[in-house]
Design a protein around this ligand. Structure first.
Ligand SMILES: C[S@@+](CC[C@H](N)C(=O)[O-])C[C@H]1O[C@@H](n2cnc3c(N)ncnc32)[C@H](O)[C@@H]1O
Length: 393
């Protein structure tokens, strides 16, 4: 029999749309990772089971799942409702429960009611003899979430119906207790046209919530901050500034992930510094980050002194207006050109693409576009630009 720790498991990481390639680059740095592929909103890869806990250290991914079943069901889209739901329900006996439970247990550090061998035994008994288990006081609590992608109308059933049928047979086979709000295990049933994928969630709380305790109106996910910082290609000993840092999410993520570089953040809003301090205090191991009150168009830095600026501009929606941006963005670029070293990197995010593009056009020779990414931030299609400072002096 194959020893579970020699297993190789398939992981799906959900990531912010637009930053899939950046996340895939971070994932590929884990030495036992193989077959990294990405598509809209997620990155898939294989990893040795024994090193799978490493994935919890990833900084660019929002949620992690072990994939334990994947199949294209012939004509699922054409089946009548009852047959389609029965077909989906029947798949539970073909799922690789061993790899799901082993990965979950190793990553979460807790055993699911008797471990994987017992569950494999139970699913066989359920499949061949229809043996059902009753819920008891030590049964783990679980829920099934069904996510259907693409056109939902092509199926004759709803996501709720599919989740409920699939969940009913998990309950029958394992005696796990169904609980929609308070659960230990989340099984995700992903259905796209005729394809069914079954996954188990590996993290409890979304990983993008890791750094922040004091939220503001425009707090950025730590995972988006991380991807922007990766674009800046930060090296040991470098100085990185966020001149409009709000609650400090970019400098805080930077100082956690690049311990040998220095991060300064500032904002002109009276509440921002308070939030930054609270967030910094909640991450007590940080030693390489400081916050200030300042005007981003008049920074307290000498000419050519900063290696990178990574920032999230006011979009002109929750903060400022588009009219303000037309005046503000050129002033910001002028000041940031002054403080950045020649060859320094500027990584900016905004929803107000036009104001940013127009401001750059006014000073074309000072900025070279390295890359651009269209990123989904809370449903808004935003532009993230990575620029090199090419000023002449
Ligand atoms: C999109 S928010 C940044 C949010 C931040 N990334 C976070 O996660 O909390 C833009 C910030 O720019 C600040 N801001 C606007 N004009 C500024 C200026 N002239 N100088 C400094 N900060 C400014 C706003 O107060 C706001 O906090």
């Amino acid at each position: 029999m194959v020893k579970p720790l020699q297993m190789n498991v398939e992981i799906c990481a959900s990531v912010v749309t637009g930053f899939e390639k950046i996340a895939a680059e971070e994932i590929s740095l884990i030495s036992t990772v193989r077959n990294v592929k990405w598509e809209r909103g997620n990155v898939r890869f294989r990893i040795d089971l024994k090193s799978s806990p490493e994935i919890l250290k990833l900084r660019s991914v929002d949620n992690l799942y072990v994939v334990f079943y994947e199949k294209s069901v012939v004509s699922l889209t054409n089946l009548d409702k009852e047959t389609a739901l029965r077909t989906i329900q029947n798949q539970i006996v073909f799922c690789d429960w061993e790899s799901a439970i082993e990965t979950y247990q190793l990553i979460r550090g807790k055993t699911i009611n008797g471990g994987s061998e017992l569950h494999v035994q139970r699913i066989k008994e359920f499949a061949s003899n229809g043996i059902r288990l009753e819920v008891n006081e030590i049964s783990p609590k679980f829920r099934v979430t069904c996510k259907r992608c693409g056109e939902k109308e092509i199926h004759k059933f709803s996501s709720m119906e599919a989740a409920s049928k699939f969940g009913a047979d998990i309950n029958n086979a394992f005696g796990w207790k169904c609980s929609v709000h308070d659960f230990d295990i989340e099984v995700v049933l992903r259905i796209e046209k005729d394809n069914i994928t079954v996954m188990m969630a590996l993290n409890d709380e979304s990983l993008f919530k890791r750094n922040i305790s004091a939220y503001g109106p425009t707090t950025m996910r730590s995972t988006i901050c991380h991807c922007m910082l990766r674009l800046a290609d930060i090296k040991s000993g470098e100085i990185v500034v966020d001149p409009m840092c709000g609650g400090g999410s970019i400098p805080i993520e930077g100082s956690i992930s690049w311990k040998n570089s220095f991060f300064f953040g500032g904002d002109n809003h009276e509440l921002a510094l308070e939030r930054c301090r609270e967030n910094l205090n909640a991450n007590s191991s940080i030693k390489n980050c400081e916050f200030f009150t300042w005007d981003a168009t008049n920074l307290p830095f000498q000419n050519n002194s900063i290696n990178s600026i990574v920032t999230d501009l006011p979009f002109g929606r929750k903060i400022g207006s588009r009219m303000d941006n037309r005046l503000l963005y050129p002033l910001l670029l002028e000041e940031w050109k002054r403080v950045l070293k020649i060859g320094g990197r500027l990584v900016v995010m905004t929803h107000d693409k036009r104001s940013l593009e127009n401001s750059l056009l006014k000073d074309r020779s000072s900025w070279q576009k390295k890359s651009f990414h269209i990123v989904n931030m809370g449903g808004l299609q935003c532009l993230c630009l990575c620029l090199l400072n090419t000023k002449s002096s």
